[in-house]
Design a binder for this molecule. Structure first.
Ligand code: NAI
Length: 491
């Protein structure tokens, strides 16, 4: 018998305590050896005035055990409460979100009977940095931050996951036809790292058509890896398609701590009624057991659950006339699974975890590289300007008057579209202008000689003296001679 593995458990809010009790009971009956430390997170903590929703002692427990089994929480509306998930993800660097979704046809209704996808979502970066600003009367901004080490880690995770789980293909979704720098480097990293896995098929889809394909022909996908926002949307679409959002669980993997949870929320509408379906959290529990290398217990739980579903013993949320045989509450469903421990499904595919056909790869540290040669070659000055009928030619005239220190106005764009020189009269202009200053190069687009930071400071001073409202600047760099900025549309 293995030594019990210490894990941290939060029973959560709403239906959380009911389904957590059910899951722990099933897992322990299956032979899982768990040394449980319970912590309090969620509504009670929020209402105690703790804006993080996490009691102090939970941090020590999570650092000690490194394994977190978390029931759903209720996030109070408004009031500056922080999302526990976002706090935990960022604090512990839980960068890989793994969500397997599959059909349980014909026992759970779905139009797509043959789906078996693992979605690997980057969990820390992208538009979730939460760095947002209102810059003018009309324009709001959010920053999309995608790092190379972050992309490398998640892409490698996806390929390692595919290898360990005998998957045949990894697909990458990005929008790099538009976001050539952020998504472009994610795609490049996918190609570079993918080359190290010759036995695995690789493909890339632009996210819009990829998501459409995932919604109509999900069976063509196997493992899909994506930046954070796309992953958020596509993983819900995929789970919904299999008719099983309530049956889905996920793992959030970091170097020191990993967290396992159901995909659904705390279902306050049915809390305390004893009818909640524990299946999503139980699947997360199975992933947890795999993570702590208790594969045999994981296999026993999963096969007993599949057999219970196959036997038509269903909670109300998945019950269907003509398919289901018995409508059960949480307690009876739990008992039915425990009764079937040691059995395997006949029509649904049984799992063989103990034979080594599954695993959750460990997190890898980010890779640091030798820095490239970085040169400052210009600046984009963003202005709030709402004068002279928003005529770009008039703005250009004022800006050319502040050229100096080698910096010359090269172009003006509005919401990314070039409006000067040679803008189209039809382009709608807001009060938010991006004005590019560079030393002119040979073709008028590539930068000329490098500039100093002092030249930018001087330019800002002259803009201020000319009564212009500069809301921010972005420096323009080259890295080993390659442009570190996009060109304006129409440039
Ligand atoms: P929800 O997922 O809790 O409920 C949506 C619907 O599905 C409800 O009708 C509910 O009764 C049903 N449902 C969900 N899980 C079920 C289960 N296991 N068995 C049977 N029926 C189930 O989503 P909702 O109502 O939008 O959110 C409720 C609370 O949960 C909110 O405070 C939200 O912030 C929180 N939430 C927490 C999550 C987490 O802790 N990871 C994730 C999503 C929401």
């Amino acid at each position: 018998m293995t030594n019990p593995t210490p894990i941290t458990v939060a029973r959560g809010d709403g239906i959380g305590p009911e389904i957590m009790d059910a899951c722990l009971k099933i897992m322990q009956a299956a032979g899982a050896q768990l040394d449980i430390e319970e912590v309090r997170i969620g509504q009670a903590e929020y209402l105690n005035g703790n804006a993080t929703g996490i009691e102090d002692k939970a941090w020590g427990s999570l650092r000690r055990t490194g394994v977190f089994f978390k029931a759903p929480l209720t996030t109070p509306q408004g009031g500056g409460y922080k999302s526990v998930n976002v706090t935990l993800r960022k604090t512990f660097g839980l960068y890989a979100n793994v969500r397997p979704v599959m059909s349980y046809h014909p026992f759970v209704y779905t139009k797509h009977p043959h789906v078996n996808i693992a979605i690997i979502r980057e969990n820390e970066e992208d538009l979730y940095a939460g760095i947002e600003h209102r810059q003018t009367e009309e324009v709001y901004q959010t920053l999309k931050l995608i790092s190379r080490p972050g992309s490398e880690r998640i892409v490698r995770y996806a390929f390692e996951y595919a290898r360990l789980n005998h998957r045949r293909k990894v697909t990458c979704f990005t929008k790099d036809n538009i976001m050539k720098m952020t998504d472009g480097q994610f795609h490049k990293v996918f190609d570079t790292i993918g080359a190290e896995y010759p036995e695995i098929e690789k493909e890339h889809w632009i996210i819009d058509i990829g998501a459409a394909k995932a919604a109509t022909e999900p069976e063509i996908f196997d493992v899909i890896v994506m930046p954070n926002l796309y992953g958020d949307v596509v993983s819900d679409i995929a789970a919904q398609l299999t008719g099983s959002v309530g049956l889905a669980g996920s793992a959030n993997i970091g170097e020191k701590v990993s967290m396992f949870e159901a995909v659904h929320g705390s279902a306050p509408d049915i809390a305390g009624l004893g009818i909640a379906n524990p299946s999503g959290l139980l699947f997360a529990g199975v992933l947890l057991l795999i993570h702590i290398k208790q594969h045999e217990a994981a296999e026993r739980v999963r096969n007993a659950w599949l057999k219970t579903i196959e036997d038509g013993i269903h909670t109300g949320d998945v019950y269907q006339d003509g398919v289901s045989k018995r409508r059960v509450n949480t307690e009876d469903f739990t008992a039915a699974i425990i009764e079937r421990l040691g059995q395997r499904p006949i029509m649904l595919h049984p799992v063989n975890y103990a034979a080594g056909d599954t695993g959750l790869p460990p997190a890898t540290p980010p890779i640091r590289r030798e820095p490239s040669h970085k040169q400052l070659v210009g600046v984009d000055m963003f202005l709030d300007w709402d004068e002279q009928g928003r005529n770009p030619d008039a703005l250009a005239e004022r800006l050319r008057a502040i050229n100096g220190d080698g910096l010359e106005l090269l172009m003006i764009t509005n919401r990314g579209v070039k409006v000067w020189p040679d803008g189209a009269p039809e382009t709608f202009s807001t009060d938010h202008w991006r004005c590019r200053f560079q030393t002119p190069g040979e073709d008028g687009v590539r930068p000329g000689a490098p500039i100093t930071h002092q030249a930018i400071v001087n330019l800002l001073q002259r803009a201020h003296d000319a009564g212009l409202d500069c809301i921010k600047t972005e420096n323009l760099y080259t890295f080993d001679g390659e442009l570190g900025f996009s060109l304006g549309q129409g440039q």
